[in-house]
Ligand binder design. Structure first.
Ligand code: C2O
Ligand code: CU
Length: 549
């Protein structure tokens, strides 16, 4: 195993990812930031300098479990104090499993300002992947807003609530193309939106005819559920969130924010032309145009657009189709880690949209999550009992009587910074239960992401979870392990995990605005087993005196 050192500087810069000039947060001048390429067992050291001038930052290593290093999880308010402007913070952790992972900002809504990138962990020397391919490529999908994150966050926390609407563009590996002629503002300086900038040319994936490509596709959208398609090519799904999948073939792939997949694609079509790669919004009525890139057959020119019509994806409101694809994902034969057959605790998490004192919020079991000023990890280790709400949130809601198909009669919720304390090494089941939002006949897709663990996906269902019958149909034979999973509209998703990683871990909806509006919980387990905390994570809230330089 090797040590891989990175020196990153985080800074605001002007960029034009979709042709419109905008302030973005870049790492070493780039968005997406530099890729971390490592091998299983390597130690990653990232020395992060915050040059945002007036803004804090923290970076989360999405999918890395941080076994033995819970303070390196990068979750502001949970595992560390934010990194102050001008400060340098060092993250150090081991990438203990091969697979496809991500990193992104975990402070406020900075992720959608462009602070993200990919982590690719390869198998150790002498170990073979269970499928052959010739080349390996990483592609991050994202949605893109023209309004600043500050303007968005201000709207979300205003009364009445101001919603930014659908994103302007979809980006493939940081690139998209906004139709500049749609901009009517007379105050716009010339050149601010310019489709001829090289920066806003579509992402081209150049392929050699006959070769097989492993595409590591990840989504870090702020809002959108996406569908990814390569015109005229099938894809074989082989990995999800770092776990091998029993291979299955798709024409297009649904992908939710925080998920990663590897697909194999063979360049086996007519090589005399290029093909579209297309990203379409699903689950919400699309307003954002298709995001396009090129599947470029060498030696055709990488900027030569196909004359064909780009794929428009499946019907955006075909929930059945998406549910079926979710269900098709099974652990690969020979790589199955069977789950414990029973669990010690079942926590049902009802997802609702609410109002608190006229402010729009998202809640779980009627509790809207608020981050404390003192990170939990420090508060728990140092016994700072005033740092957060000591009452845990409920394990359940009024299961029998709650009508998930209607707008809640009483949409009021409470807010709290309370957490779930799990018994170390116990097995926990989580039932994510979706419901109607504050609009009639409306339910949204929520991709839930768990820090510090992988969980088994035991099942997905429609409607209200049936405590008695649904568990009988759990897949205990070959469930896939993941770190992010969608709960579909008006449906439920059941997960199981072992609380075996000492630390404090966030579990939240990966939609940036939803987490910001309270859609998350925090789990603590075995915090007494956590080693001495580095003083570099301290300095905020009640830990001010603890910051020893
Ligand atoms: Cu990728 Cu807590 O998020
Ligand atoms: Cu959500």
């Amino acid at each position: 195993a090797r040590i891989r050192r990175y020196k990153w500087e985080v800074k605001y810069e002007y960029k034009s990812p979709d042709c419109l000039k905008k302030l973005v947060i870049a790492i070493n001048g780039r968005t997406p930031g530099p890729s971390i390429l490592a091998q299983q067992g390597d130690t990653i050291i990232v020395e992060l300098k915050n040059s945002l001038l007036t803004e804090n930052v923290a970076i989360h290593w999405h999918g890395i479990r941080q076994i033995g290093t819970p303070w390196s999880d990068g979750t502001e308010g949970v595992t560390q104090c934010p990194i102050l402007p001008g400060d340098t913070f060092t993250y150090k952790f081991v990438v203990d499993r091969p697979g496809t992972y991500l990193y992104h900002a975990h402070y406020g809504m900075q992720r959608e300002a462009g602070l993200y990138g990919s982590i690719r962990v390869s198998v150790p020397d002498g170990v073979a992947e269970p499928f052959p391919y010739d080349y390996d490529r990483s592609i991050i999908l994202n949605d893109w807003y023209h309004k600043s994150t500050y303007e968005q966050a201000t709207g979300l926390s205003s009364r009445p609530f101001v919603w930014v609407g659908e994103p302007q563009s979809l980006l493939i590996q940081g690139r998209g193309k906004f139709n500049c002629s749609l901009l009517t503002s007379p105050s716009l300086e010339p050149g601010v939106c310019n489709a001829t900038k090289p920066e806003c040319s579509p992402y081209a994936l150049t392929v050699i005819p006959g070769k097989t490509y492993r595409l590591r596709i990840a989504s870090l959208t702020a809002l959108s559920a996406l569908n990814f398609e390569i015109e005229g090519h099938n894809m074989t799904v082989v990995e999800a969130d770092g776990h091998y999948v029993e291979p299955f073939v798709v024409k297009n792939l649904n992908i939710y924010s925080g998920e990663t997949y590897s697909v194999l694609v063979k360049a086996d079509q007519d090589p005399s032309r290029n093909y579209w790669t297309a990203v379409n919004v699903v689950s919400r009525k699309p307003v954002t145009p298709t995001g396009l890139g090129l599947f470029n057959y060498y030696p055709n020119h990488p900027r030569k657009s196909p004359t064909t019509i780009p794929p428009t994806g499946p019907l955006w409101n075909d929930t059945e189709y998406r549910l079926a694809q979710s269900r098709a994902i099974k652990a690969r034969q020979g790589y199955i880690h069977p789950p414990p057959v029973t669990s010690d605790r079942v926590i049902v998490l009802l997802n609702t949209q609410n109002e608190i004192d006229g402010y729009r919020r998202w809640s779980v079991n009627n509790v809207s999550f608020t981050l404390p000023h003192t990170p939990y990890l420090i508060a728990l280790k140092e016994n700072l009992t005033h740092a957060f709400d000591q009452t845990p949130p409920p394990d359940n809601y009024d299961f029998v009587n709650y009508d998930i198909y209607s707008v809640a009669k009483n949409p009021n919720a409470t807010s709290s910074s309370g957490i779930y304390r799990l018994q170390f090494n116990s097995t926990v089941d989580i039932i994510l239960q979706n419901a109607n939002t504050m609009n009639v006949n409306n339910s949204e897709t929520h991709p839930w992401h768990l820090h510090g663990h992988d969980f088994w996906v035991l099942g997905y269902g429609k409607g209200k979870f049936d405590m008695f019958n649904d568990p009988k149909n759990y897949n205990l034979v070959n469930p896939i392990m993941k770190n992010t999973v969608p709960v579909h509209q008006f449906g439920w998703t059941a997960l199981r995990f072992r609380a075996d990683n000492p630390g404090v871990w966030a579990f939240h909806c990966h939609i940036e605005s939803h987490f910001y509006m309270g859609m998350g919980v925090v789990f603590e387990e075995g915090v007494e087993k956590v080693g001495e905390l580095p003083s570099s994570i301290m300095g905020c809230g009640e830990t001010k005196g603890f910051h020893k330089p």
